[in-house]
Every structure is written in C-alpha cells, then in structure tokens.
Design a protein around this ligand. Structure first.
Ligand code: HEM
Length: 511
C-alpha cells in the first residue's frame, strides 16, 4: 500500500511538474509574442496605443462588446489618420486610403487586381457556402457580372411598380396606425418591414408580409441573431482560435435548421416561378446549371442579397428621420422642398423624387453621421506590400477604412459631429474651402466590390422619405432622444426603437 501511495505521489508530482512547465511555456510564448509585436514587428513604427500593438485582444474584446468602431474613432482623434489597432492591423481616415485599399489596382507597383478581403472577416465559418460578398476575386467577378443586369436602370424601371406597391402599403398602414399624431410609432421597425418586404419580393419573388402582419417575420429575427453570432466568430478567429469557431458552429449549428427550412421553401418557390423575372436574383438563377451552383449556394446568395438590400436602407431611413426630427430647421427646409415640388402624393415616383436636392443632401449627411456599414471592410495587403495614403505597408497586413472614424474626422469635416446637410450642396472645391472633404464619404465603398445596390437604395430612400414628408408632420418622442448615441454596432447597428408621432397634413384642394 505504502508503495502504491508513493507511486501515485510520484505520478501526481509529475503531472504537476508538466502542468507548471506547460503553463510556463504558454506564458513564455505569449510574452515572446508581445515583445515581437512591440519591438520587431514590421508595423512597429505605426502610431497607436501600446496595448493594441502588443495584443489582438483589446480589438477583439471591443468588437465583441459592440463598441469597436467608437473606440477606434477615439484612437484616430488621438493618433491621427493611420492607427495600428491590432498587432497586424491598420485603420485609416485619410480619404486617399479609399482608393488605395478598395480601388482597382492597375499598373505601377500592382501585381494583383484588387486587395483581397480578409478571410478572418468573410470566412470565419468555413463550411458556409460563398456568396458574392465573401467569394474570392474570380468567383466574385462572375457573380457580379451575372447580377449586374438586375441592378441596371432598365431593370429598376421595371421593378418600380412593385417597389411603389410596398411604399403605398406603408403609407396606407401609417395613416391607419398614427391616430392623428396621438400614438407614437416605432419608425425603425416600419422602415425595416418595408425594405424587407420589397427586397424579399425582388429576390425570393415573395414578400415577408411584414407590412401586412405589422410584425417581423421569424426569418428576419433569426438573421439578426445570426449576425451577432457571426461577429463573435470573427472576434474569436481574430485572436487565432479559428478552429474553436468551427467547433462552436458544429455544436450550435442545429439551430440553423429552422431558418434553413424557410430559406429552402422560399427558394424552391422562387425557382418554380415564371422564367426571366426582372428581379435582382434572376441573373444568378440563369447561370445555375452552366456554373453548377448548388442549391445551398443559391440560398446563401439570396439571403445575402435580402439582408444587404434591406437592413442598410432601413438603417439610413431611420437615421435620416432621427436627425431631421432632432434638427427642426433642416426638417423645415425639407418639408418646403417636398411640399412645393408636388401637387399630390401620386406625383412622387423614383424619377420625380430624383430632383429633390435638399433631400439628397440630407440623406448623404445621414449616411455620414450614421453609416450603415460603420466598420468591418477589412482587406489584406498583397505579398510585396503596397503604398497606402502615401506610406508603404508590408504584405499580409490587415487594412481598412472604418466609416465611423472617417466620417467623424476633424481633418475631413468642419464640425464633424454636427448634422448639416448644406455641406453636401457645395461643389467639391467650395466644400474643401469650408473644411469638408466630400470624397471622404463613401458609404457604398469604392472599387470592384463596392455596393451593387447603390442606385436602388437611393431610389427607395428618396421615394419613401418624400412620401412621408409630404403626407405627415413628424415629431420625435422624448424617449428617442440621443437615439444614435445609445446604440452599439455588431457589424450592423443594433438599432433601438425610434419613436415618432405622425400627424397627417391637412390640405385644402380647390374643387
Ligand atoms: C443605404 C443603403 C446601402 C449601403 C450604405 C450599402 C453599403 C454597402 C457597402 C459599404 C458594400 C461593400 C461591402 C464590402 O466591401 O464588403 C456593399 C456591398 C453590397 N451591397 Fe450594399 N449598401 C446599401 C444598399 C444595398 C441594396 C439596396 C442592395 C440590393 C440588394 C445592396 C446589395 C449589396 C451587395 C450584393 C453587395 C456586395 C457587392 C460585391 O461584393 O460585389 N446594398 N453595400
């Protein structure tokens, strides 16, 4: 017995010794990493806080908490137009960085056509089928060509009656629900329902019926939960634990079944529809057999299109509504413009709403102060390195322009935190003299992977906002004060309700 106890004592002390050794090695490895990052890393001379230069954790923790873009903006205020936000990661607010990072790369030092999207940000879940937004260059170009026709002006003219049908429905519902200004309505939800219904129809060929039901469709609730999960997977991958993410997905992926069923049903219905629908998805459907696109890949792309096309537009509409209602002098100017431009609501359509210049300026100012894609457009510098905003950056570095930082930089904007649509009424030169670098605002990004839905987004936003301003006097509810300040960002804005009371405008019509 004594011998057994002695032997087990030896084993226990061996285990403890190995444990201590393993812990020591882990700590030594981490310390070596920190020393390397601070004193030997090729980015060591870029400005930024020591903590971010030393470790990936500060950025990843901020990202997981939904505060990363705000913290990065503060770093830009302190350190200037380029900041080392992670050991191998730079953020820029110099407007030249737009072209250098996201633009077509031709001639000169370039040996690749574009800077690739960082897989940490687009492929953290490796088993998910690729979409137009996550595909690498070659597959992306094919998707983009296939989709181009559906986003052309000619297609949009054909899509207009369908879009207007949902705008009419929104207005009809708001007239019914507003109780002549006595009830407060959550406009953030109403915009979301409208844009999801429109894009659902333009992609899946069927509405989510949110406006009819005055409620979110379960698919939408699920997608928003998935986005938060995806942000977590990015943070975990960012700190080097990509394998753990695959495991999390394998264990938790079962909950995807519900949404998969919706997706499969919607896509099956869409594929059985008449040939050559003039919608946003037909281009890919037509290439299905030629390119041997799997059903799952079709589903992923359709879902991506719906999300990209609805959430962003609803965010901007919510943002511009909040900002206008918080700035009555700007709202008044817009009311004058809209109400003097049309004799009746029927005159407002995609083409006629195009002439509303103050409205466009207000939308652009809202895109600046509340950019739907606040951050996350991370690219990887190709081997051999590249010059960004006038300075060489080594290959393999993660680089990005974060819109929240770019749009709030005092080097780019006069009084950057103030809502002033007038700055967008100036020409580029006039604006530059007044301290506004209008080219710093690129809400839809630039280059080969910029937003394919830009024109559609503007068309929808202008028509919807014009119809609302024409029909209603709007007032912000007190509980929605500081609406932007109270939100977080998990890749997309985690929007909170935007309460507004709507009073129909009374008009005297000559008989
Ligand atoms: C205010 C509204 C919108 C904003 C601010 C916006 C912004 C953006 C941005 C910044 C990108 C680049 C993403 C990246 O580099 O990874 C993008 C891509 C994209 N957007 Fe939009 N978007 C809006 C509306 C729309 C609409 C209405 C659609 C229509 C379905 C759409 C579809 C897409 C698609 C498919 C991509 C990927 C394009 C590609 O990779 O080639 N977006 N959007």
């Amino acid at each position: 017995m004594a011998k057994l106890a002695e032997a087990s004592g030896v084993v226990t002390s061996d285990v403890a010794a190995y444990g201590i050794l393993a812990a020591f090695l882990v700590v030594a490895y981490a310390v070596a990493g920190v020393v390397y990052n601070l004193y030997f890393h090729p980015l060591r001379n870029f400005p930024g806080p020591r903590l971010h230069a030393a470790s990936k954790f500060p950025w990843a923790i901020q990202q997981t908490l939904g505060i990363q873009p705000f913290e990065t903006q503060k770093l830009h205020d302190k350190y200037g137009p380029v900041v080392r936000v992670g050991p191998n990661h730079l953020s820029y607010t110099d407007p030249r960085a737009w072209k250098d990072i996201y633009g077509h790369r031709v001639g000169g030092e370039s040996h690749v056509a574009e800077m690739a999207k960082s897989h940490t940000f687009t492929r953290s879940l490796r088993k998910m089928p690729t979409t137009i937004a996550s595909a690498d260059r070659e597959e992306h170009s094919r998707f983009r060509r296939a989709l181009a026709h559906g986003f052309s002006d000619a297609s949009m003219r054909q899509q207009e009656p369908l879009i207007m049908q949902y705008v009419d429905l929104l207005l009809d519902r708001l007239h019914r629900e507003c109780s002549d200004g006595k009830k407060k309505l959550n406009m953030e939800a109403w915009y979301n329902w409208t844009t999801f219904d429109i894009v659902g129809d333009l992609v899946f060929g069927q509405s989510f019926n949110c406006l009819e039901d005055v409620a979110n469709h379960p698919w939408i609730d699920f997608i928003f939960k998935m986005i938060k999960f995806a942000v977590l997977t990015i943070s975990v991958t960012y700190v080097g634990l990509g394998e753990a993410v695959q495991w999390m997905y394998a264990v938790g992926g079962g909950s995807l079944k519900t949404v998969m069923k919706y997706n499969n049903d919607m896509l099956t219905k869409r594929l059985s529809m008449e040939k050559e629908r003039q919608d946003l998805f037909e281009g890919i459907v037509q290439k299905r057999e030629e390119w041997n696109i799997s059903f799952e890949k079709l589903v992923s792309n359709a879902s991506l299109l719906v999300l990209a096309g609805s959430e962003t537009t609803a965010t901007t509409l919510s943002g511009v509504t909040y900002l206008l209602l918080a700035h009555p002098e700007a709202l008044k100017k817009l009311q004058e413009e809209v109400r003097s431009s049309f004799k009746s609501a029927d005159e407002i359509n995609i083409n006629s709403a195009n002439s509303l210049t103050y409205m466009l300026a207000a939308l652009n100012e809202a895109l600046r102060l509340y950019p739907p894609v606040a951050s996350g457009l991370v690219r990887e510098v190709p081997l051999g390195g590249a010059k960004i905003a006038g300075r060489f950056v080594p290959g393999g570095t993660m680089v990005e322009v974060q819109q929240w930082s770019m749009n709030h930089s005092k080097e780019n904007w006069n009084d950057p935190w103030t809502f002033r649509p007038e700055r967008f009424l100036d020409t580029l030169e006039e604006a530059a003299k007044a301290g506004n670098r209008l080219d710093a605002l690129q809400a839809f990004s630039v280059g080969p992977r910029n937003c394919i839905g830009r024109n559609l987004a503007y068309a929808e936003m202008r028509v919807i906002l014009a119809r609302l301003v024409y029909d209603f006097d709007m007032k912000l509810s007190e509980e929605s004060t500081d609406w932007i300040k109270r939100q977080k960002v998990f890749a997309l804005w985690d929007r909170i309700p935007l309460y507004v009371s709507l009073t129909p405008v009374r008009r005297e019509f000559a008989s």
